[in-house]
Design a protein around this ligand. Structure first.
Ligand code: GRF
Length: 191
């Protein structure tokens, strides 16, 4: 199962996937490319580290989505890699029809909350400020509704009285780094 990872930032989750693969724990899943909408994003540096293709793909003129031409560029780039699964790991743009139709049922996203609670941005902060007693992360299929696709798996973390936003963020990210590779390995088993 060939996977293409797409992200905009640090790439700690991409790194968790690649590290898991390097250790031989990603089952039949093989990361074949990393694409980013940010030319300077750290996620792109992981390509050289793990021997995987990494490239910037021009996102077009908008800030929070891809324009039609840019969606087509992403679709072409991903298709060229023969991707069976597209993994959104911190990709900070909303996807629309061209992209969603091209890979229907083959796109997963990682979100830092126990969906359906706290969709959208700043989810960890939202849960913390709300006074929730549990936070966590979710991997779900991507559909047209933002953070609304069917849930594949989740991992919960307890919010303790002495947690700060910083410690909570660390706990949620640690949970993400375990959950996402595990979900990918499981999907690969079924493929
Ligand atoms: C993660 O918290 C993920 O849930 C969210 O964006 C963050 C990406 O972090 N969608 P990283 O780039 O993988 O370090």
């Amino acid at each position: 199962m060939k996977i293409v990872i797409i992200g905009s930032g640090t790439g700690s989750n991409a790194e968790a996937i690649l590290e898991c693969w390097k250790q031989g724990n990603l089952g039949k899943a093989v990361p074949v490319a990393i694409f980013s909408d940010k030319p300077e994003a750290r996620i792109l540096t992981l390509g050289a580290k793990y021997g995987v293709k990494a490239a910037y793909v021009d996102p077009g003129r908008f800030k929070t989505k891809l324009d039609d031409e840019a969606e087509a560029r992403y679709v072409d780039a991903i298709r060229a890699e023969g991707a069976d699964l597209v993994v959104l790991a911190g990709f900070m743009r909303v996807l629309h029809e061209t992209f969603l139709n091209a890979f229907e049922g083959r796109i997963i996203n990682l979100h830092p909350s126990l969906l359906p609670a706290f969709p959208g941005l700043h989810s960890i902060e939202q849960a913390f400020n709300y006074g929730a007693k549990y936070s966590g992360c979710t991997v779900h299929w991507v559909t047209a509704g933002l953070d609304m696709g069917p849930i594949i798996d989740q991992s919960a973390v307890r919010i303790e009285a002495n947690d700060t936003l910083d410690t909570l963020e660390s706990k949620v990210h640690a949970a993400e780094h375990s959950l996402l590779p595990a979900v990918i390995a499981k999907l690969a088993e079924r493929s």
